[in-house]
Design a protein around this ligand. Structure first.
Ligand code: MIC
Ligand code: SF4
Length: 641
């Protein structure tokens, strides 16, 4: 019998498979070649790595980026940076200093390799899919395990082919492609899928465009998204001085997919994701005439040289509308240098743009919050309510072309067409802000780790009790994101300090949550979270599970739970239950006394249980793999070690 024809995703996974059989088991384990962390999730990841007692990183390459918390109001961010730098040096990790750029853009430029696996403590790690990497976002503790040489577990994948035909028209770009895919598949119900881009349209897209598409695949809730590695990839890597990292990876002839969806690139028009979800897609045309107050260009989705140069071409010789605030944040120093060299930077300044730091910044609400009720057009990937820092703001996600045209018009405007930016033949390479490359993989044993007062201890979970006796401490609706559960923005600086950060759990929905949980704990009662569809969308931040664990949350009972968040719940010993009948959600109220008799036994045996809530009985289930059962029973991953 000949070898089975494989698609790109299955080919890379097969080469990295260490546990399970994708055809038979519900979960598989894969070997991780590269890891990345960013500062907001990295502090916790490295604290956890330290507590595993491994002398140095064991995977091929580990990079620690600083890009989220760079505003540095107060000592906390700076202390975190010092901690991260000292850990990197000691354990053999490459350290990317603040100012070097945004992790995903930098990793694509300098380290990502076709055919390898990358695990990152950030949900937009799939950016690496743009060069044919299986790149997956996960909680920090999963990265710690991968750095210690352990496997990473994903649901056995189903692969959907997104077949691209034709070529994009002028003024339409990669953002419009992924918004089209989001319009079709939405932000929920895609758990366990990998989206693989195929078809003749693939070769018409350059690497930054491919990376924009795979980056925002995170918003679909898929495991990852991937493009083949072809001549376009080769050209990109060669221009980065990394020709040796190239490997061609294509689907075998006749490779099967579990599903297929065709996108005719030539028929696409400029699109926007309307408030407050990336899946809420409208045409830019339909918004014509709507006043715009703010335009922000950048973030890990659209901050490449191609993107910002395009914006500069549109703004050249003109000035943004008087009553619009415009900010531009590049993805990396390389991008800034190129724009400085070709005059684009001067064009942007002349056109009235505020040049922002090449960091996450506005995307995570760290600054540039819009005014009350303002309409803000952004090229980033998430427009969850309040994420910008202003709850009443109306944030729309658009392409760089639409952003630039609207900045000039002062209202929603599609771009009439602009000259394409050819893929550079040579990128100016300057790796000076990547520290500790010489000790990468080896580390400096015995080196001191710097710990300021913001670096707290990592709490550990406790074994699951025989029965669960507690209170429905909160009831939330559908599509609750991790930004609702564990807000970033002004609270971001407490990421390495769980006792303080835990004070803000559910702050945007119910500021009394923390105190109520503490009161319940004092009475010996556990806390339970009741939720609707697609609970835990968005970010990979494990604090959305870790801090609830710290507050004595023992179970989430939801209509459905998103992949990364579900894995984080398991990692911190919180049972991820779903309602057997979603309609039973209506039977439970916040404040109900909750009881799950024999919860431990239920987890051990198949996961079916009965929850008594406010006197009613509701059937719930936690379908866990054997590995997950073990973790939940002993109180999470750290407790299991
Ligand atoms: C995000 O875009 O929400 C973040 C901030 O990058 C997060 C990570 C975090 O919360 O630190 C993500 O996407 O995983
Ligand atoms: Fe940073 Fe925004 Fe990208 Fe998250 S989505 S990594 S906050 S730029």
């Amino acid at each position: 019998m000949g070898k089975k024809a494989l698609n790109v995703a299955r080919k890379i996974l097969a080469a990295h498979l260490v546990e399970g059989d994708p055809e038979k088991d519900s979960e598989i384990g894969i070997r991780i070649d590269q890891t990345l962390t960013q500062d907001a999730t990295g502090t916790m990841a490295y604290l956890q790595f330290e507590s595993m007692g491994v002398g140095r990183v064991k995977n091929e390459l580990a990079v620690s980026y600083v890009d989220h918390n760079t505003v540095q109001i107060g000592f906390e961010n700076a202390d975190d940076h010092d901690f991260l730098a000292s850990v990197a040096r000691k354990y053999g990790i490459v350290y990317s200093k603040a100012g070097n750029g945004i992790c995903h853009q930098l990793h694509l430029e300098r380290f990502g390799k076709p055919g390898t696996t990358l695990l990152g403590s950030d949900s937009h790690t799939p950016t690496g899919g743009g060069i044919g990497q299986i790149a997956i976002g996960a909680g920090g503790i999963d990265i710690a395990v991968a750095m210690a040489g352990g496997a990473f577990h994903i649901p056995a994948p189903k692969v959907r082919a997104i077949v691209l035909k034709g070529a994009l028209r002028k003024g339409v770009s990669a953002k419009d492609v992924i918004l089209k895919v989001l319009e079709k598949f939405g932000t929920k119900g895609n758990v366990g899928w990998i989206f693989e881009y195929t078809g003749p349209g693939v070769e018409t897209l350059d690497v930054p465009s491919r990376a924009t598409i795979t980056n925002m695949g995170a918003e679909l809730g898929v495991t990852t998204s991937v493009f083949p590695s072809d001549g376009v990839t080769r050209q990109f890597l060669a221009a980065q001085g990394r020709a040796r990292d190239f490997r061609r990876i294509a689907a075998d002839a006749g490779a099967a997919y579990e599903d297929e969806f065709e996108v005719d690139l030539s028929k696409l028009e400029p699109l926007a994701a309307a408030p407050h979800s990336p899946g809420n897609v409208v045409t830019v045309k339909s918004m014509k005439g709507t006043k715009v107050n703010q335009v922000l260009i950048g973030s890990c989705t659209n901050s490449s040289y191609r993107d910002i140069r395009t914006v500069a071409q549109i703004l050249k010789g003109r000035h943004v509308a008087d009553d619009v605030e415009v900010g531009v944040a590049c993805g990396s120093r390389q991008v800034v240098n190129m724009l400085a060299a070709d005059g684009s930077l001067a064009t942007l300044i002349k056109a009235g743009c505020r040049i922002l730091e090449n960091a996450c910044g506005f995307c995570i609400g760290a600054h540039m919050s819009p005014g009350t009720g303002a309409v803000s057009l952004r090229t980033n990937n998430r427009n969850f309510e309040g994420r910008s820092g202003t709850k009443s703001a109306q944030v729309y996600l658009v392409s760089p072309e639409t952003a630039a045209a609207s900045a000039l018009a002062g209202e929603f405007r599609a771009c009439e067409g602009t000259a394409a930016v050819p893929a550079p033949r040579k990128f100016p390479v300057d790796d000076a802000m990547f520290l500790y490359r010489e000790t990468a993989g080896r580390g400096v044993p015995g080196a001191k780790v710097t710990r300021g007062p913001n670096i707290a201890r990592v709490p550990r979970g406790e074994p699951l009790a025989a029965d669960l006796k507690g209170v429905a401490a909160i009831k939330v609706g559908d599509r609750i994101t991790t930004d609702h559960i564990m807000p970033a923005g002004a609270r971001l600086k407490y990421r390495s300090n769980v006792p303080v950060y835990a004070k803000f759990v559910f702050e945007p929905c119910d500021a009394g949550f923390h105190d109520r949980c503490m009161e319940n704990n004092a009475k010996g009662l556990a806390n339970v979270i009741i939720a609707g569809e697609s609970y835990g969308q968005g970010s990979s931040r494990e604090h959305a599970a870790l801090c609830p664990m710290y507050l004595g949350v023992k179970a989430v009972v939801a209509k459905s739970i998103e992949r990364i968040h579900r894995a984080n719940l398991v990692n911190f010993g919180i049972v991820p239950f779903t309602f057997e009948d979603p309609a039973d959600y209506d039977l439970v109220s916040a404040g109900d006394a909750v009881r799950v008799k024999g919860v431990r036994r239920a987890v051990e045996t198949g996961g079916a249980a009965v929850m008594e809530a406010g006197g009613r009985k509701v059937r719930i289930r936690a379908a866990l793999s054997d590995r997950e059962k073990r973790l939940v029973l002993c109180g999470g991953l750290l407790a299991s070690m």
